[in-house]
Design a protein around this ligand. Structure first.
Ligand SMILES: Nc1ncnc2c1ncn2[C@@H]1O[C@H](COP(=O)(O)OP(=O)(O)OP(=O)(O)O)[C@@H](O)[C@H]1O
Length: 542
């Protein structure tokens, strides 16, 4: 239906043809397609590094670039002064290799959240930090952890140093993996034990490995993995001194709450420091968070629960569910800036949409959801990182924390399930000071929830149609039901009819080719039938 020219990436030379210059964006230059120009690149870096900072009671303003105005509000007792540069870390006796690892990773100046949170954590204070997506929260908690645990595992002999000393808990495997990679950057040149907690690690523990041997100094895990090891008695957390809950509001929601409580209760070290980070923290979650912490400091960068103005946001009316696919195909028939992330509400719909895009000759379609095997998920992330996936169809599993620097656009194919979901989904673009674009499809069924998202868009400084602002405020009940609109499993109802017909015809001894064209699925999507190798290859160049 919509055919696009495939321009192969020259992966051997590492150079990108000019026609595909959209990836120059990933290296920090301007988003619009034009020839590379060093000035905007430098400008972007400055924008990111020099946000406006205002301490609570509006003590201090250091305005540099209006596009990245970051108001910082800090609340708590005896707040340590923030740091202006990474050089200030020297006053905390940070090992020099850490500073050089920061510089060699391209981190020359702290972002706002790092400026404020790093000194607080280095002063052993508990912390809750709310900072928009893509503003560098990961480093804000990793720098203090690495600095405080300055003695790498291999050099430590004392009994009290056995087992895990720092733990970072996150909601998904992919995010744990990403944070592990960030740790490896900071750990370069030193023998740090950084453990990405997996089934294999848990098995090693349960097979009787002594804490000293298998307990890592820094553990990164999802709650479930950790709880399994805890309950199996193979992991002890009594020496944990630093506990970080990333994506804190997700960690404190009903799905994870009891597991988090069990983990926190198992960290019995009297010097335990707790830090919670997220881009969003609704008041209910914040109350729970504050109760978990001891004399905490609260840092809010920007406006709470509001995306950065770097992400241009819009709403698109698509009438009903079957109208979404043609709308998306029409959109993709115009020039667009890959990579694009497309969010759907369920695994089956993600698979179904990815199939439809392939069947409509959209190039380099990827798919990632929690129903896929670990290997399939890892491959999908890796293709995305290498720039091989131009359109990635996914679910909520990718909404939080994932950092693909070059993502230019996010399309909410299915309406988000909450304001938080919206903020995190669209936050996959516009990261590290870059610009991004977010489009949200809405149908008549989504209309009752429209106002909540429209308010977020307005708060970020973008306009919405006037009639939306006049919609009534949804009731509490309605808000709870947001995103739970019943949607068909397949995004293209005609395809189901086609499938049924095909099966019927096959039963009647009709030619098989008809069935074949209706069962095409990409391999590795976790559902559906397999594509022939030939089709798979032609649609998905490796
Ligand atoms: N000081 C810095 N200088 C330059 N780039 C930075 C700096 N700190 C972080 N970054 C980059 O910014 C990007 C976003 O960082 P990170 O993933 O930590 O954001 P985040 O605030 O945790 O986002 P999210 O809320 O989506 O999890 C990453 O690509 C990271 O490498």
């Amino acid at each position: 239906m919509h055919s696009k020219k495939i321009i192969p990436l020259n992966s051997n030379s590492g150079e990108i043809p000019l026609e595909l210059d959209f990836f120059k964006y990933a290296q920090g230059s301007h988003g619009k397609r034009k020839l590379p120009d060093s000035t905007p690149r430098e400008e972007k870096r400055r924008k990111f590094h020099h946000g406006e900072r205002v301490e609570i009671n509006t003590i201090q303003i250091e305005e540099k670039k209006p596009a990245t105005v970051h108001r910082v509000a800090v609340k708590g007792e005896s707040i340590p002064p923030h740091m202006e540069s990474f050089a200030a870390l020297k006053t905390y006796s940070i090992p020099s290799h850490m500073l050089s690892n920061l510089a060699s990773s391209g981190y020359t100046e702290p972002t706002s959240v790092q400026s404020y949170c790093v000194p607080i954590l280095l002063e052993n204070r508990d912390l809750v930090a709310i900072s928009p997506t893509g503003t560098g929260k990961t480093l804000a908690y990793l720098i203090p952890i690495f600095s405080k645990l300055a003695v790498p595992a291999s050099s430590s002999k004392t009994k009290t140093d056995t087992g895990a000393r720092a733990m970072i808990i996150v909601p998904t495997r992919e995010l744990a993996h990403q944070i592990h990679n960030e740790c490896l950057k900071l750990a370069q040149g030193r023998k740090w034990k950084v453990v990405l907690f997996s089934k294999a690690t848990a098995n090693a523990l349960s097979q009787g490995g002594a804490q000293d041997n298998v307990g890592g100094y820094i553990i990164i895990s999802t709650p479930l993995r950790l709880i399994a090891a805890l309950q199996g008695g193979s992991l002890e957390l009594k020496n944990v001194q630093h506990l970080v809950l990333d994506e804190a509001d997700r960690m404190l929601d009903t799905e994870f709450m009891s597991q988090i409580q069990e983990i926190v209760n198992s960290c019995t070290n009297p010097n335990l420091q707790k830090a919670l980070f997220s881009a969003t923290l609704p008041s209910g979650a914040e109350k729970i968070a504050m109760e978990m912490l001891h004399n905490p400091i609260r840092v809010v960068v920007g406006l709470k629960d509001t995306p950065l103005p770097l992400i241009s946001q819009s709403l698109t009316y698509v009438a009903d569910d079957p109208s979404k696919l043609p709308s998306l195909l029409t959109y993709l028939a115009q020039p667009y800036n890959p990579p694009i992330l497309v969010f759907t509400s369920t695994q089956t719909r993600a698979t179904s949409l990815a199939e439809e895009l392939v069947l409509n000759s959209i190039s380099n379609v990827g798919c990632l959801h929690a129903g896929m095997t670990q290997k399939e998920r890892e491959d999908a992330v890796s293709r995305m990182r290498k720039g091989e996936s131009w359109i990635m169809v996914t679910t909520e599993v990718m909404a939080r924390g994932m950092d693909f620097k070059g993502v230019r656009e996010v399309i909410n194919y299915d309406f988000p399930t909450s304001v938080q979901s919206y903020v995190h989904r669209i936050g996959r673009t516009g990261r590290a000071g870059r610009e991004g674009k977010a489009i949200t499809f809405f149908t008549d069924d989504d209309a009752p929830y429209l106002k909540m998202i429209a308010n977020v868009i307005l708060q970020s400084g973008f306009s919405v149609p006037e009639w939306i602002t006049r919609l009534p405020k949804p009731s509490k009940m309605k808000r709870r039901l947001m995103g739970h609109v019943k949607r068909p499993e397949a995004v293209n109802p005609a395809r189901i009819i086609g499938r049924r017909d095909a099966i019927k015809k096959r039963c009647r001894g009709q030619p098989r080719f008809f069935l074949h064209t209706n069962t095409l699925t990409l391999q590795g999507y976790g559902h559906g039938l397999k594509a022939s190798k030939k089709q798979s290859r032609s649609h998905y160049p490796q």
